[in-house]
Design a binder for this molecule. Structure first.
Ligand code: ATP
Ligand code: MG
Length: 137
């Protein structure tokens, strides 16, 4: 079934919110297909955010995702991309609805705790970028 890349970003890890984020996805009924706690190289960050290359916030975005360890995960469920994006909430914490991850735990613009793929195509690209096939069950 459908898979998505979810990354608990450096601020989420530093604030001790990784467990809370995993817990929400587990309770929703999503299936974990892989996970690793890791540092993000600049090369990986630049590829991951290549759709934003040239935008004014691109360099800051790359520095942010590389600023500390992250928890990268692949989760699986039918329709997971749309559902997980709803559960994460709007891009900026101050816009995100209460009840969502960003809405409940972030009030900032840049530091929004978590990443989730936004389409089937980007999920396939991102999962291939972050994980080897042998790391996924
Ligand atoms: P993510 O891809 O991290 O799950 P998203 O899909 O909600 O978030 P995108 O439009 O893909 O948002 O932007 C990627 C990241 O770039 C955002 O999470 C945010 O940290 C940052 N970002 C996006 N737009 C802006 C902006 N206008 N100013 C500053 N930072 C931004
Ligand atoms: Mg995005």
């Amino acid at each position: 079934s459908e898979r998505t890349l979810i990354v608990v970003k450096p601020d989420g890890v530093q604030r001790g919110l990784a467990g809370e984020i995993i817990s929400r996805f587990e309770r929703k009924g999503f299936k974990l297909a892989g996970s690793k706690f890791m540092r993000v190289s600049e090369e990986l960050a630049r590829k991951h955010y290549q759709v934003h290359e040239g935008k004014y916030f691109y360099d800051r975005l790359v520095r942010y995702i590389c600023s500390g360890p992250v928890l990268a995960m692949v989760w699986e469920a039918e329709g997971i991309i749309a559902m997980s994006r709803k559960m994460m909430g709007a891009t900026f914490g101050y816009d995100a609805e209460p009840g969502t991850i960003r809405g409940d735990y972030s009030c900032s613009k840049g530091n929004n705790l978590v990443h989730g793929s936004d389409s089937v195509e980007s999920a396939e690209f991102e999962i291939g970028l972050w994980f080897d096939e042998g790391e996924l069950v």
